[in-house]
Design a protein around this ligand. Structure first.
Ligand SMILES: [Fe+2]
Length: 247
């Protein structure tokens, strides 16, 4: 190999140390993530590049904006799995959702029409304005019924600030915490990044997720995985991460 080859050689893609993405918006046409099959396949190829080969499809289920149902999600899942088979991508897909804890969720939950991940994990998000009233009772109810609630991106709810006790009590109540790689990369601003680092330092992070909505997100995450910061954070968080136990 000549000197020129040495300098022009592209850096290998940095890989994640786990193989299951528990949060993404890759299912086509059901929320503001992937809009068509082509976009979905591009995003799945990006997941594979990062070392992910099992993907939980967690499209938004939100009152008024994305009132998805078991049927709408399962139908899109059927279309995507066929396309993935045709394209020969070595990735396992599971259909689930990211449930906003609003009155639409309350109705779906009461009716028993929700889509958990394997292992009965279920991804829940707060509104960005305020914490759900009665969050702990919901966590207890879910656990009593055999579900394991995952709080999506706790670092993104500005109203939590750095409230040690609030985070600790939600975690003690049995909610798993899923931090976004995009937050660590700085995509959601300084506060979300600092809160994510704080959660890592305090051993409160159980899962990492891409929360990928489009290829722009994929590029940002890929860049982040090549950074010194990721090398450091991944060492700190590695022992706590249970992504691959979602099965
Ligand atoms: Fe999301």
């Amino acid at each position: 190999m000549g000197l020129f080859d040495l300098f022009s050689r592209k850096k290998p893609d940095a890989k994640l140390f786990y193989h299951t993405d528990v949060h993404c918006h890759i299912l086509p046409g059901v929320d503001h993530g992937a809009q068509d099959i082509g976009q979905s396949l591009d995003m799945l190829r990006a997941e594979l590049d990062m070392g992910i080969n099992r993907v939980m499809l967690t499209s938004h289920v939100t009152a008024e904006t994305f009132e998805n149902t078991v049927e709408s999600l399962t139908e899109a899942y059927g279309v995507l799995t066929e396309a993935v088979k045709d394209a020969g991508l070595p990735v396992e897909l599971y259909v689930s959702a990211e449930y906003r804890m609003d009155d639409y969720w309350d109705r779906q939950w009461a009716a028993g029409t929700v889509l958990p991940m394997p292992g009965n994990f279920i991804l829940l998000e707060n509104s960005f304005q305020q914490e759900r009233l009665g969050l702990e009772p919901l966590i207890y109810e879910l656990r009593t019924k055999g579900y394991i609630p995952i709080l999506a991106h706790p670092e993104r709810y500005g109203y939590y600030g750095m409230r040690t006790t609030r985070y600790a009590s939600l975690h003690d109540a049995g909610a798993k915490f899923q931090v976004n790689l995009l937050s660590l990369a700085g995509s959601f601003g300084r506060h979300a990044r600092e809160a994510a680092l704080w959660l890592i330092k305090n051993g409160l992070v159980d899962m990492l997720g891409s929360d990928m909505h489009n290829m722009e997100h994929a590029y940002i995450i890929k860049d982040y995985l090549r950074s010194r910061d990721w090398a450091k954070q991944s060492e700190l968080v590695r022992g706590d991460i249970i992504n691959d136990r979602v099965r």
